[in-house]
Ligand binder design. Structure first.
Ligand code: SAH
Ligand code: SF4
Length: 339
């Protein structure tokens, strides 16, 4: 099934079981039974933005703020590298302390301590095209920035006045600079409809994303959305399946948020189209302060403990972890076309 309209019709009309099965088959036809792992480091929870959904938004004065010192960051990456990790995701709030120069220094050091073998993904919000270019030059191969919702009105409301177009322009800049481009959205946001969810998936297709992160929205008690409705994992499963059918070769993680609303959430998402897991290797003393949403799992475990736990989890659904870089097959296709 390749035609976009056929896929949408199938999504609308089929049972959950049929949809999930089809997405799993497409995922396995691209990635076999492999689940790629990325070491996630949440290196700062300081943010000057005020997204209404987010627990670490600037206005939440209850948050204990932290920055992971550079030396600690390098030590964690080195440890992960020694354990075999070859992909790291460096995520943070929009923290002005991390200027582009500072990130260039961090990237350069990571390149050295990982023998230039690791793929580094940044996820730190919007920067100018000029800065994205410098970061790429210094070793950032991938960038993650969700569009959050494809509905421009909802986006603007939930992001405290920032327009959807701004993020779309930034994603376009990343594409022009030849990054592996990652984006995605939350499901279950207030005022979202089924039409929004279909448009979210179609936007991923239109952006030809290399990576798509889809997570359930989980209301945080210290945000303006505290009393919003909570949803079951099913919405995220349906969304993951649809995106997998539309983008058969995209890297799609089973997010921590999915594991946080359902004890088997990540296994369920990996059974209906996802092929990536992101064990959290943030130092355990600060992990608990990076609470975008409540109920986040694995706060007491070290990253390395997370990896062995994940191994058992993926085996339970007939898949196995892979330490390989798991470069985007779409990026590899683009490279073949350009030679
Ligand atoms: N500051 C960067 C990266 C950190 S936020 C950025 O905004 O891009 C990473 C992601 O967390 C966001 O893209 C959003 O989709 C997700 N997130 C934030 N609050 C959430 C919540 N309450 N429930 C679920 N996911 C949330
Ligand atoms: Fe900041 Fe990202 Fe949270 Fe928005 S979602 S408040 S940009 S950390």
């Amino acid at each position: 099934m390749e035609d976009t309209q056929d896929i949408i019709n199938f999504y609308r009309e089929s049972s959950n079981d049929a949809l999930f099965k089809q997405a799993d088959e497409v995922c396995r036809s691209t990635f076999g039974n492999k689940v790629y792992i990325r070491g996630l480091v949440e290196f700062s929870n300081i943010c000057n933005k005020d997204c209404l959904y987010c627990g670490i938004r600037h206005s939440n004065k209850k948050v204990v703020r932290y920055r992971v010192p550079d030396e600690t960051l390098f030590a964690i990456i080195k440890e992960g590298y020694n354990k075999g990790l070859r992909t790291f995701v460096l995520q943070s709030g929009e923290d002005p302390h991390y200027t582009t120069d500072k990130l260039m220094y961090i990237l350069d050091t990571i390149k050295k301590i990982t023998n230039n073998e690791a793929a580094i993904t940044l996820s730190n919000g919007i920067r100018s095209k000029k800065d994205f270019k410098l970061l790429k030059k210094y070793g950032a191969a991938r960038y993650l920035m969700r569009f959050e919702t494809s509905d421009p009105f909802l986006h603007k409301n939930l992001r405290n006045g920032i327009s959807l177009q701004k993020r779309l322009d930034a994603l376009n800049n990343l594409r022009e600079l030849d990054y592996e481009v990652g984006s995605g959205y939350m499901v279950g946001l207030p005022d979202e409809t089924e039409k929004t969810r279909i448009n979210n998936a179609l936007l991923c297709k239109k952006l030809k994303l290399d990576m798509v992160g889809i997570g359930p929205f989980i209301p945080h008690p210290d945000t303006p959305l505290a009393n919003s409705k909570k949803h079951t994992i099913e919405l995220a499963m349906r969304a993951t399946s649809l995106v997998r059918l539309l983008l058969p070769k995209a890297n799609i993680p089973a997010t921590t948020a999915a594991g946080s609303i359902d004890p088997l959430g990540r296994e369920k998402i990996l059974s209906c189209g996802a092929n990536v897991l992101m064990p959290n290797i943030t130092p355990t003393d600060v992990k608990k302060y990076y609470l975008l949403y409540p109920g986040k799992i694995c706060l007491d475990e070290s990253g390395i403990e997370c990896i062995s736990c994940l191994n058992g989890r993926v085996n339970s659904i007939g898949k196995e972890l892979s330490l390989a870089r798991g470069d985007s097959p779409y990026k590899l296709d683009r490279e073949k076309l350009s030679v």
